[in-house]
Design a protein around this ligand. Structure first.
Ligand code: FEO
Length: 403
């Protein structure tokens, strides 16, 4: 009848899954859907931790009602106000008129901006405050810019549950499987978790590091994010990923070749480069056509790999527009600490190589561009062999740490 899952003693997942939404935030494709997580604590007082997107509100309300089983709701605790979580606040306030709302000053301001009537119901909390609901005492930890300014996380000091807001979340619907140990996360979820983090939170690495620093002082046994699986084992796995992502350290010594090709000639050069890299022992080589790969996936791979080859035609004496969009996204999401290599193509005036190099040097932090560059006129031929070999050797040496 209901989609409720018990998380631990007194705590229940009451969220919802959406397989209908094509684009998260109307921009990022989510072919595996998405979950909106909400939790109910049954103590001497009853508490709902965050709500859900309006699209799954009906399912959410049914779940809340079933867990409360006739009890009134005492508190609605809001860690994050983005509408994929705050969208059902009013629904809860109307159905449970005695419920007080616990949140931060900035979140209350946003609630009013979104038109919610919370007058007389606010309990404003800040970093270091605690509240007791009976057996359970929670502590509030501000988490600004993860990834909105009002965000906080809440730690239940009684059972070690961290209500992590958007941190440690992932794209992908749960479909009955709630815990990380009920799925093969490293096989089936990590790509979506990385794509979620890098595109939603990636810009704010220093703020994530600050939160990780605070979390390091907590005895966390469960991580309950607002999207994706609940972590109750192997917490080090996901925390290690967050350390790498937030410090912009590559996960893997790997080469991603992103090419922009109009008629297949630059694509052929990219394939030739990939072939030679693999022949020389670089096994983790991935190739993407910038025109048919969503930029959110390119960004996720950019955070994973150590080396990126940009291979672009020249277009209107500039960088191919879709490649330029990828570069702009890298800048927006604060990509740094990567090594780039450049391949350019142009039939009469190849320009994209210099322009991409200039962009990387001027707009991205702590990034290098290898000196060796391949400049093609129309299509690769035997005259390009020496430059191709030099580029391959430079990439291989760089991946292997020899330069
Ligand atoms: Fe999942 Fe920032 O909302």
């Amino acid at each position: 009848m209901y989609t409720v899952r018990k998380v631990t003693e007194d705590l229940f997942w009451v969220g919802g899954n959406d397989h209908r939404l094509a684009l998260f935030e109307n921009i990022h494709p989510i072919p595996r859907g998405v979950s909106y997580n909400s939790y109910v604590l049954l103590d001497e007082k009853t508490v709902v931790f965050d709500t859900v997107d309006w699209s799954v509100a009906r399912e959410f309300i049914r779940n809340v009602e079933s867990v409360l089983d006739g009890r009134d709701l005492d508190y609605l605790l809001i860690n994050h106000m983005e509408p994929d979580h705050g969208g059902s606040i009013e629904e809860i306030l109307i159905r449970y008129p005695n419920a007080k709302v616990i949140s931060t000053e900035k979140a209350f301001l946003m609630m009013r901006q979104y038109g919610f009537n919370i007058d007389g119901r606010e309990i404003e909390v800040k970093e270091g405050d605690t509240m007791t609901f009976g057996k359970h005492t929670v502590a509030f930890v501000e988490a600004p810019m993860i990834h909105w300014p009002e965000a906080m996380v809440t730690f239940d000091v009684t059972n070690g549950v961290l209500f992590a807001a958007d941190a440690f979340g992932s794209f992908g619907a749960l479909d009955g499987k709630l815990f990380n140990d009920e799925v093969n996360f490293d096989r089936d979820w990590i790509d979506d978790a990385r794509r979620y983090y890098t595109n939603i939170v990636g810009k704010y690495g220093p703020f994530v590091q600050a939160l990780l620093g605070k979390a390091g002082g907590l005895d966390i046994k469960y991580i309950c994010p607002l999207h994706g699986p609940v972590w109750r084992s192997d917490l080090g796995y996901i925390i290690d990923k967050y350390i790498k992502w937030s410090t912009y350290e590559p996960e893997d010594k790997a080469v991603m070749i992103v090419y922009a090709s109009m008629y297949g000639n630059t694509e052929y050069a990219a394939q030739a480069l990939a072939t030679k890299l693999v022949e020389k022992g670089i096994k983790d080589v991935v190739l993407y056509d910038v025109s048919n790969t969503h930029v959110s996936q390119l960004i996720a791979e950019t955070f994973r790999v150590s080396h990126i080859v940009l291979a672009s035609v020249t277009y209107n004496l500039g960088i191919y527009p879709v490649m330029h969009n990828y570069l702009m996204d890298m800048k927006a999401l604060n990509v740094q600490n990567r090594t780039f290599a450049i391949v350019e193509n142009g039939t009469w005036a190849p320009k994209s190589g210099d322009l991409m190099t200039e962009f990387i040097n001027d707009e991205l932090k702590l990034c290098d561009v290898l000196n060796e560059q391949l400049s093609i006129t129309s299509s690769i031929n035997e005259n390009d062999e020496r430059d191709m070999e030099a580029l391959v050797d430079a990439i291989v040496d760089s991946v292997n740490g020899k330069r």
